[in-house]
Design a protein around this ligand. Structure first.
Ligand code: F6P
Length: 472
């Protein structure tokens, strides 16, 4: 029987070493929920890095066995591989380049070589598991070379690839010394998916200009095969958020937080620590709101959750200091005995508390400078059982293509951000309900399960189409 093999850099389970021994915790990401129903059924399996270094072969064996019981196959990475492949090429070359931060990008031959070697390591791990009739679904920018590596080893295999971050303009890709190899790597797939049509268009343009392959209606003709390309905007597990926000526990948490904030209106900001998220621009805009509209003093607080991430990469450490300094400065200037303008948490929160914050918030401030999709925007929408609340959303997040009922802003335009916050805080309830209802209908319908099904159905179709073309 054929099966589906999912591959991503991280597994949906995080393994951590604690004083009490190893712990196995589910990863928070939306991908894990969405694909949970797939990899845990039948003989399917998820291949990826378990998130810790293992040197002891007995421990490696133990981790492997534990994960196997839950349909996962670990790829163990060494400290040097994490440094050069993950922190290096993936997060210091590809991540900044694909998010239009080329000033942060480094171009190190050693990082590239580690990237090739780790993609090859993943390839070997998949080949050890995959049969000729299996469907292989590769995820994200850490594994751009993997589809082509698999294709060379198994020319007949069905391979899908999905990119979870933006695909930038050709002008960014051409800067990369290894741009053509990366495109060739992706073209090993039968179907390549992006969150939006503009990412897809950028990809087609880069393929045409750098490799000379033409395309029509999202169908690329390479010298050996036809590759389909399409947009599949990723969704969330809508019901999980709706239920959690409506639960007794979330209501109790929300009441406690509300009381602790002395009834101030809540503007919520939740992100991984990342320069792409526009966190410092957002803080400066909140400072300007307090300066321009003193009526909001003691009436509004910014509740800012920053989830630690990639702290070994230089720019992330520097950004943390900048945010700490900004939040401290604004609080020092505006706080009163009974009011704290910014409640700042540098940690991840348990799901129930997150749901309570979504429920409590009057305004969600989702203002990345670049973001492939941004699921926080959709989680906020799903959590609003009474349809009250306003989403302020960056036009440069993939989610803006769908959520046109949000207040869409340019995140680098401080003035626009200030006025959007002011407008959101004054928005009549009927308008909030109208906008939120539209967005809920959309987010509920195009949820993560629909996304998975759509991609996998299209992958099956693309394979059938290829087989038909090759026998014509
Ligand atoms: O958005 C891209 C992504 O790789 C997600 O898949 C992941 O949840 C997030 O960035 C954080 O990635 P990591 O902690 O593995 O670097």
């Amino acid at each position: 029987m054929s099966r589906t093999i999912i591959i991503s850099n991280r597994l949906p389970t995080k393994v951590q070493r604690t004083a009490k021994g190893l712990t196995f915790q589910p990863s928070e990401g939306g991908l894990a929920t969405g694909l949970g129903s797939i990899y845990q059924s039948g003989d399917n399996v998820w291949v990826g890095w378990p998130g810790l270094f293992v040197e002891d072969p007995a421990e490696e064996q133990h981790v492997t066995e534990q994960l196997q019981q839950d349909s996962m196959a670990p790829v163990f990475l060494t400290e040097a591989e994490i440094r050069d492949f993950y922190e290096g090429f993936s997060n210091s070359t590809l991540w900044p380049t694909f998010h239009y931060f080329s000033q942060y990008a480094t171009y190190e031959q050693a990082h590239w070589e580690a990237y090739v070697a780790v993609n090859e390591k993943f390839c070997q791990a998949v080949l050890a598991l995959a049969g000729p009739d299996d469907t292989i679904w590769v995820h994200d920018y850490q594994l751009l070379l993997l589809p082509e590596m698999l294709r060379r080893a198994r020319p007949e295999c069905t391979i899908g690839f999905f990119l979870h971050i933006p695909f930038p303009s050709y002008e960014m890709i051409r800067v990369l010394p290894w741009g053509a190899e990366l495109l060739q790597g992706m073209l090993g797939a039968d179907l390549i998916g992006f969150h939006t049509y503009s990412y897809m268009r950028h990809f087609l343009s880069a393929v045409s200009q750098m490799l000379g392959y033409s395309s029509q209606n999202g169908q690329i003709e390479t010298p050996s095969r036809t590759v389909l390309v399409d947009a599949f905007p990723m969704g969330i597990d809508y019901q999980r958020y709706a239920d959690a926000a409506a639960s007794e526990a979330a209501q109790a948490h929300a009441r406690t937080y509300g009381a602790a904030m002395h009834g101030a209106r809540v503007v919520l900001s939740i992100d991984r620590l990342d320069y792409t998220k526009g966190i410092s621009l957002r803080l400066r805009a909140f400072e300007e709101l307090l300066h321009r509209y003193p009526k909001w003093h003691e009436q509004v607080s910014l509740l800012m959750i920053v989830v630690p991430s990639r702290d070994q990469v230089a720019q992330y450490a520097a950004l943390k200091e900048e945010i700490d300094e900004l939040a401290g400065r604004i609080n020092a200037q505006y706080s009163t005995i009974s009011w704290t303008p910014i409640h700042y948490f540098y940690r991840s929160l348990p799901f129930e508390e997150l749901a309570a914050l979504y429920r409590l918030a009057d305004v969600a401030l989702v203002t990345p400078v670049r973001d492939g999709m941004n699921l926080v925007a959709k989680e906020f929408v799903a959590s609003k059982a009474d349809q009250r609340g306003v989403l302020i959303l960056s036009e440069r997040a993939g989610a803006a293509q769908e959520l046109s009922d949000a207040l869409l802003i340019n995140p680098t335009d401080t003035n626009q951000l200030v006025e959007a916050m002011h407008e959101a805080l004054l928005m009549p309830e009927e308008e909030q309900v109208l906008r939120m209802t539209h967005m809920q209908t959309l987010v509920q319908q195009y949820n993560v399960f629909a996304w998975t099904e759509l991609f996998l159905n299209r992958l099956t179709y693309s394979k059938i189409k290829q087989l038909t073309l090759s026998t014509d």
